[in-house]
Ligand binder design. Structure first.
Ligand code: CA
Length: 357
């Protein structure tokens, strides 16, 4: 049996070894590479990824360093999911609906036409089962996905002509990508997708009759207000949520405290982007209205909205029939919307209606 003095010496040596070993372990630096879909220094969206990386580094006292490659560097803005999945990058900042061609159920984690507003959708993600469903979709690909910043309600777009009836949608050439484009196509419009850099010229030269981009937060710098007189309110992207992705192996390599720092940085950066978008939209709308009084803000007529809503519903029914996972997600969203919208109606909506002049 070890004598007491021996035991004391042994413990002291052990404690000393631990004292030496622990700080070395604690100071190990973890480096992650992130690919973003956006160009270098892209406002708002790019601010969110930079904010996230800066917060993570500061909170970890420099132990977690995230470098960001913009699309100018990696040249694959719509390849971010594949690059993260393959481990070529540890992380990505993008939007889930870009992957619907590869994994159809990823469509539902960005925004849906006639769907939830940003606060409603955040509630669904974090308290209504959304995160669990997103995990169900992404875990098959060895990827973790988190909400990555919200644009808020997007505008319905810039139009050369006023939309007075369903007839005006027939043959309308509009840049409107994704699911909303499919909805419009059902009503006889011709949706197209055109790269951002070519949008202004396409609208100016009437190659297209209309386009949607984001909202005043990002539309102002594109200059569309100078060349199209009608700015329509939205229906198609009520709460566009970006996405942070992490390769599961890269995540598992991090110690628990850095995982938590990363999780908190992501959640904070997402919230910051939502309020930054709100601020930028408010400020830029004021500029558009003050400096370009000829811009007319309109909402689509009731019958057009009713037809869009019906076309949307028909398409969702088709998607649910094709894929049981889509059905599960759509049912979760529809059920949650029923509960949460009732609250929105008698809180924010009732408040705004009751104080209206
Ligand atoms: Ca958009």
């Amino acid at each position: 049996m070890m004598s007491l003095s021996k035991l004391k010496r042994w413990l002291a040596v052990g404690a000393c070894a631990a004292a030496v070993a622990l700080p070395a372990q604690a100071e190990k630096t973890y480096r992650l590479k992130m690919a973003e879909t956006w160009p270098t220094n892209f406002p708002v969206f790019g601010d969110a990824s930079r904010n996230m990386a800066a917060m993570a580094e500061k909170m970890s006292n420099g132990r977690l360093k995230i470098t960001i490659d913009s699309k100018n560097k990696h040249k694959a803005p719509l390849g971010v999911f594949d690059m993260v999945r393959a481990g070529q990058y540890d992380m990505g900042h993008s939007a889930s609906y870009y992957w619907k061609g590869k994994v159809p159920a990823t469509l539902y984690f960005t925004t849906m036409p006639f769907g939830m507003t940003a606060p409603e959708q955040y509630s669904w993600f974090y308290h209504g089962g959304g995160m669990e469903l997103m995990e169900k979709v992404y875990s098959k690909y060895n990827v973790l996905s988190f909400p990555g910043g919200n644009t808020g309600n997007q505008m319905g777009g810039w139009f050369q002509k006023e939309i007075n009836s369903l007839e005006d949608l027939k043959g309308l050439k509009m840049r409107i990508p994704g699911f909303a484009g499919e909805v419009l196509a059902k009503l006889g419009a011709s949706p197209t997708n055109i790269p951002a850099g070519e949008l202004y010229t396409a609208l100016e030269r009437r190659t297209i009759d209309a386009l949607e981009w984001v909202g005043p937060s990002l539309d102002l710098r594109m200059g569309f207000h100078k060349i199209a007189p009608y700015y329509y309110t939205g229906w198609h992207e009520p709460a566009t949520e970006l996405q942070f992705m992490i390769n599961k192996r890269s995540w598992d390599r991090l110690p628990e405290d850095l995982q938590e720092i990363l999780r908190v940085s992501i959640r904070t950066a997402a919230y910051d982007m939502y309020i930054q978008s709100y601020h930028e939209s408010a400020k830029n709308l004021e500029i558009i209205e003050n400096e370009f009084p000829n811009v007319k803000i309109r909402s689509f007529p009731e019958d057009v909205m009713a037809a869009l809503r019906q076309a949307n519903q028909d398409l969702l029914t088709e998607k649910a029939k094709e894929d049981p996972l889509a059905k599960e997600i759509l049912e979760s969203q529809a059920n949650y919307l029923k509960t949460v919208r009732r609250w929105t109606d008698i809180s924010d909506k009732a408040y705004l209606n009751s104080i209206a002049q």
